[in-house]
Ligand binder design. Structure first.
Ligand code: AKB
Length: 317
């Protein structure tokens, strides 16, 4: 049985990944690293937890030693729009935490999962059916940390044999923990507004297409890649993955089928618009499909129905 450490387990992905991993590998085999509040409800009662600052390599190493960890999911991150406002912090957290995890993984022979992002691409990348292997010249600090992370992870694999694996996540749509400071966050926030009966102001223009994915598929992507037969992997850091591509109008129309009176207007945030404009419209994820059988289950319609039903229950609406 694996012994897993999640760094950043209270965030948008970590709060759901921890539940899924514990259901597969057992509660006591998944150690949830936390740094700062807010903590998900019942977080400390749900299983083993440990306070970890991802920038403190000794804390990571001590935890790996204490619990005999063999697999690390490093989810510490500052998302794109926030990183753009504080590039030094974006770099320190994005690259500093990864370097610490890579060195600990090398010393204690752990496998390491690190999320990359559609943000690892830039304006000179082909926008449609963005290939797996293509130009990566991002114009955001977030993207620069992601490309650096992909390269460092491949370097530790080829040079030291560390089992590093990664996917380029699109915008992730979830209903348990809100994302914070990302360019794709609008695609989560719009659902909360619709279910609460409130109007929504969209920060990116109509016609802005980005890749998106529902959380259950994102969890499958991370776990299935970590379970994949290494002899099949031609790539490692990082795989294109996507489940859908839409612009705000398409998402609005999908939600309006369930809430005909729901109103969306635009109040464009120039920073988020510039970031979104520099990212692809739609990735080609055929390498992930052929190397580890990636296949998402949720499209726009199916995700919309599930988001609305789950949020109605969660928000008592
Ligand atoms: C962001 O918008 O910054 C993230 C991402 C696509 O990596 N959700």
């Amino acid at each position: 049985m694996k012994k897993i450490l999640i760094i950043g387990s209270t965030g948008q992905i970590g709060s759901e990944l921890s539940i899924r991993l514990r259901s597969i590998y057992g509660v006591d085999n998944v150690i949830c690293g936390y740094f700062a509040p807010p903590f998900p409800e019942g977080f400390f009662e749900a299983g083993p937890t440990v306070e970890i600052d991802a920038l403190n390599i000794n804390q990571i190493a001590d935890t790996v030693k204490k619990y005999n960890i063999d697999t690390i999911y490093n989810l510490a991150a500052i998302l794109s729009a926030t990183a753009e406002k504080n590039p030094k912090l974006g770099w320190d957290v994005g690259v500093g935490s990864l370097m610490n995890c890579l060195d600990v993984a090398k010393e204690y022979k752990c496998a390491l999962f690190t999320p990359s992002s559609i943000g690892a691409f830039g304006p000179s990348t082909p926008k449609d059916n963005t290939p797996q292997d293509t130009v990566q010249r991002p114009t955001t600090i977030y993207g620069i940390t992601k490309v650096t992370g992909e390269m460092l992870s491949d370097y530790y694999y080829t040079r030291f044999g560390v089992d590093t694996r990664s996917v380029r996540f699109p915008g992730i749509i979830s209903n348990m923990t809100l994302p914070g400071g990302g360019t794709t966050d609008y695609a989560v926030e719009i659902f909360y507004k619709a279910v609460k009966g409130e109007d929504f102001e969209c920060p990116v223009k109509a016609g802005t297409f980005m890749d998106m994915m529902y959380m259950p598929d994102a969890l499958d992507a991370a776990i299935d890649l970590m379970e994949a037969d290494p002899s099949r992997l031609i790539h490692r850091n990082s795989f294109n993955v996507t489940a859908m591509s839409f612009d705000p109008e398409m998402l609005y129309a999908a939600i309006k089928k369930h809430y005909p009176n729901f109103k969306m207007t635009y109040n464009v945030d120039p920073l988020k618009q510039a970031i979104a404009d520099s990212w692809p419209n739609k990735l080609d994820d055929s390498a992930a499909r052929s190397e580890w059988d990636w296949s998402p289950k949720y499209d726009l319609e199916k995700m919309t129905v599930d988001m609305i039903n789950t949020l109605k229950t969660r928000l008592n609406k």
